[in-house]
Design a protein around this ligand. Structure first.
Ligand code: DQA
Length: 168
């Protein structure tokens, strides 16, 4: 079976649905999981969805992802802004990572504007609520397809502009 995409959720995300609904919405983490898994199925990716309030769990899961997971979708919650240890774990494993946040962290308090994770991410999605997880699955599907067949992307990039704007 193909290696799964790990979807890792950090502290307090277990409280989704009741936690600051004006910021995070009313969907529960189970709802988010169901949406993420459904999109994974559509994109041919198996999703391994987890949550922990403990930094060491996230670090252990990231370390174990080396050679085991195709990619990581990460919402590290508040650890995003504090955890050099999680960033170090990501740097240590050569697994593509997409960062996701439910809220638009740049519209919020200043301390949320910096992410230790972003430097290590292929890209970051924030501000779209649970839809962000669906977008992250799409992004991961493209990243993995590109990894599998880099020539396809390379030749598309080499297409000279004129051939795309052919005169009639
Ligand atoms: C969050 C944003 C973080 O700043 C916050 O600490 C969270 C959730 C988000 O998904 O919007 O716990 O990662």
């Amino acid at each position: 079976m193909a290696a799964p995409v790990l979807v890792l959720n950090g502290p307090n995300l277990n409280l989704l649905g009741t936690r600051e609904p004006e910021v995070y919405g009313t969907e529960t983490l189970r709802d988010v999981q169901a949406k993420t898994e459904a999109r994974g199925k559509e994109r041919g990716l198996s999703i391994d969805f987890r949550q922990s309030n403990a930094e060491h769990d996230l670090i252990d899961w990231i370390q174990a992802a080396r050679g085991e997971a195709a990619g990581i979708i990460l919402n590290a919650g508040a650890f995003t802004h504090t955890s050099v240890a999680i960033a170090d774990a990501l740097a240590a494993v050569a697994v593509p990572m997409v960062e996701v946040h439910l809220s638009n962290i740049f519209r919020r308090e200043h301390f949320r504007h910096h992410s230790h994770m972003s430097r290590l991410a292929e890209g970051m999605i924030c501000g779209f609520g649970s839809e962000g997880y669906v977008l992250a699955v799409d992004a991961m599907a493209s990243i993995l397809a590109r990894k599998k067949n880099p020539a396809a992307t390379a030749s598309a990039k080499r297409t000279p502009p004129r051939s795309r704007t052919k005169k009639k």
